[in-house]
Design a binder for this molecule. Structure first.
Ligand code: PLP
Length: 476
């Protein structure tokens, strides 16, 4: 008795075509031509395995097996689309966090991407001096423009570029302080997201951390007392993701520079975000620019390419030519260097700064939008929404993020959404399920969309997604 379903199943199994039979049909020949034999084979195997599992579980039986068999071609096509889809794909950032590390930080300008495409899809003079016909250095492509941008602040500045700012800090510490001590305030022993911890980077650099002061207060004298003949460097770190408020004290950069130089030591500042654009123009204070630090006499500053600078991922070291040359000749540089795509995107981004064309850099353009401009776009979308969706325009704050001053926010206007019968969590999860996914803020039972970080040509896609949402609820 117990054998009967198995006997029936083996009959069903025999109805399934073999992989070879399948691949010989004209439909499959066309698929193979388009997607390649290996991927098509994989997809066909997956579909056949699935059908076998459905027969075993009884979901596929005499009454529906023929239908399933006639749909094999379509099923393989669907499986191919699923398996060959890109994993890395665009999302719509409606969080209002301009430099969102999880969403890829600064979006590149189209000019930067065009230059990267132009340079990287053919050969280039990456390390070739066209005039002499001899070997050149990749550094020149960025150094030239950094010098031009920073020369107003410090007479003589050199710049080298590595993979990211974590690499820049590691390289600077290793070059300037390996085997010696580095004096740092306890209030600056920061951890940046993604496990960048100053004490750990210090250990890996071969330098010894010499902590001074307390979490909330460090005086100039604390630094002074800590300096010994083992000291190689004074390090200052920008508190890029937290604030120390209340009973606090910290020597000014100028005082620290004076102390370091009086004792014959270089001073390194990890700026993190490193603005080339004066954020005071946007009403944001307390975010030191690269130029400010160099003008104060800091010997080497490190900062990211894809934070406030608005370019590609990179770590940038700018400072005194002698020290930068030592950093450049460290063998670690070779391991941390960046490729032509990055130089191309960075060079183009820097050129926008030289031209003072800040609006061509997407992150800067977004930061420069007024609350009214953002609110107008949100309002136009709100007007077109119908029950059960309910929308309201409210005041709020956009966050600069990405290691800018932790309190660095910009006034904005938000689209506050609720949908009858759907929780805010459900609403935001449906927005994420949209293609392209829409990432919004969840606050106090509402979904908040900040159009500051939505590109204007994405507004239409957001509207369509919001209009479709309630229907999805009915079919769910
Ligand atoms: C962001 C940041 C880093 C790390 O920079 P990456 O470019 O992400 O490697 C290091 N230090 C500070 C102060 C930062 O803000």
């Amino acid at each position: 008795m117990a054998k009967r379903p198995e006997a029936r199943n083996s009959e069903l199994f025999r109805k399934l075509p073999s992989i070879d039979e399948l691949m010989r049909t004209p439909d499959f020949a066309r698929i193979v031509e388009r997607e390649g034999r290996a991927a098509t084979l994989d997809a066909a195997r997956t579909v056949l395995d699935r059908l076998r599992a459905e027969i075993t579980s009884g979901r596929l039986n005499d009454s529906n097996v023929n239908l399933a068999l006639s749909g094999i071609g379509d099923a393989v096509e669907r499986e191919l689309r699923r398996s060959l889809q890109m994993s890395l794909r665009p999302v719509i950032n409606a969080t209002g966090v301009v430099l969102h590390t999880n969403l890829g930080r600064a979006p590149l300008s189209s000019a930067a991407l065009d230059h990267a495409r132009e340079v990287a899809t053919t050969y280039s003079n990456l390390e070739f001096d066209i005039r002499s016909g001899e070997r050149g250095k990749r550094d020149v492509h960025a150094d030239r423009l950094f010098s031009r941008l920073l020369n107003d602040h410090a007479a003589d500045v050199s710049t080298v570029v590595v993979n990211n700012n974590a690499a820049a800090v590691l390289l600077a510490l290793n070059t300037l302080a390996e085997g010696g001590e580095v004096v740092v305030s306890r209030g600056e022993l920061v951890e940046i997201g993604g496990s960048f911890r100053i004490p750990d980077v210090m250990t890996k650099s071969g330098a010894t951390l010499c902590e001074v002061g307390t979490t909330n207060r460090t005086r100039l004298a604390d630094y002074e007392h800590a300096i010994t003949d083992q000291t190689r460097l004074i390090l200052r770190v920008h508190r890029s993701n937290f604030q120390i408020v209340g009973f606090t004290e910290q020597p000014s950069l100028a005082e620290l520079v004076e102390l370091a130089h009086r004792r014959g030591l270089p001073i390194l500042e990890d700026l993190g975000s490193g603005a080339l654009f004066d954020l005071r123009n946007l009403g944001v204070t307390g975010e030191p620019g690269v130029g400010d630090s160099l003008r104060a006499g800091v010997d080497v500053v490190t900062y990211s390419g894809d934070k406030l600078l608005g370019g590609p991922q990179a770590g940038i070291l700018s400072g005194k030519p002698g020290l930068i040359a030592r950093i450049r000749s460290n063998p670690l540089f070779r391991a941390l260097r960046v490729d032509k795509l990055i130089y191309a995107a960075l060079e183009s981004t820097l050129l926008s700064y030289v031209r003072q064309d800040h609006d061509s850099i997407p992150a800067l353009r977004m930061m420069r939008l007024t609350a009214a401009e953002v609110g107008d776009r949100a309002g136009r979308i709100a007007q077109q929404l119908r029950p059960p969706m309910k929308a309201e325009i409210i005041d709020g704050q956009s966050v600069i993020g990405g290691g800018a001053a932790p309190g660095a926010t910009l006034p904005t206007r938000l689209l506050a959404l609720t949908c009858e019968g759907l929780s805010a969590e459900e609403l935001s999860s449906r927005l994420r399920a949209n293609d392209p996914p829409i990432v919004a803020r969840l606050e106090e039972g509402r979904v908040l969309l900040d159009f500051r970080t939505v590109f204007p040509d994405q507004d239409g896609a957001v509207l369509i997604a919001l209009t479709k949402l309630p229907d999805q609820r009915n079919t769910a």
